[in-house]
Design a protein around this ligand. Sequence first.
Ligand SMILES: Nc1ncnc2c1ncn2[C@@H]1O[C@H](COP(=O)(O)OP(=O)(O)O)[C@@H](O)[C@H]1O
Ligand SMILES: Cc1cn([C@H]2C[C@H](O)[C@@H](COP(=O)(O)OP(=O)(O)O)O2)c(=O)[nH]c1=O
Length: 195
Amino acid sequence: MVKLIAIEGIDGSGKTTLARALHEKLSRKYKVVLTSEPFTQDILNLLEKYGWKDQVLLALLFSADREIHVRWMMEQDAEIIITDRYYYSTIAYQGVRVQEEWLISLNSVFPRPNLTILLDVPLDVAWERLSRKRDSMNFEEKLRSLGEVRERYLRLAKKEGFHVLDGTRPLEELVTASLDLILGSFSTSLRNLSI
Ligand SMILES: Nc1ncnc2c1ncn2[C@@H]1O[C@H](COP(=O)(O)OP(=O)(O)O)[C@@H](O)[C@H]1O
Ligand SMILES: Cc1cn([C@H]2C[C@H](O)[C@@H](COP(=O)(O)OP(=O)(O)O)O2)c(=O)[nH]c1=O
């Protein structure tokens, strides 16, 4: 039974870096697939074409992208799938403007992750990191609402029972803490394979 692990957090929280490090470590013992959202280039083309202002449209586009992504995940021959972003991103980001109940209902068709890790960082840390990689999409637009997105993520973590890690910690510490959570959630058989 494949384990789905979601890494969530605001832009610049360190998701991609942690996801890649976990993929590298876990691949030594498990069949691991690393993936991310947005998933399809088509969605990125549509986002570029229609822009980032219409949050209802974004919710529909990201959820449609997720349907394609989940179908693809189901076809993978893997013991673990790590996704850099999943449906909590839609609830956290589009939930700033769009009714949360509708977003939750729209995404209720997707499999729930076995484990979700939220990387939490203060806005000034995210800002400093993002300014290093200004190529990220719709930079200015993002920063306007990132504070509220962060609060929504923290509230979701409490409600959904997912794990919050301090994203300002050194990467090595975050990898160790994440591996403890991941392997701790496995059945005994899988856990015996120490990393
Ligand atoms: N634990 C960390 N400590 C310090 N810098 C980090 C850490 N994790 C990531 N970074 C740096 O922060 C920036 C954003 O990281 P990235 O993984 O792209 O974040 P995200 O995918 O959440 O936007 C990159 O320059 C990366 O090297
Ligand atoms: C998957 C998803 C992403 N997003 C946003 C978050 C990011 O700003 C952007 C995706 O860009 P991304 O490359 O993930 O940015 P970063 O690596 O900095 O996190 O799209 C949503 O608003 N809703 C969603 O459902």
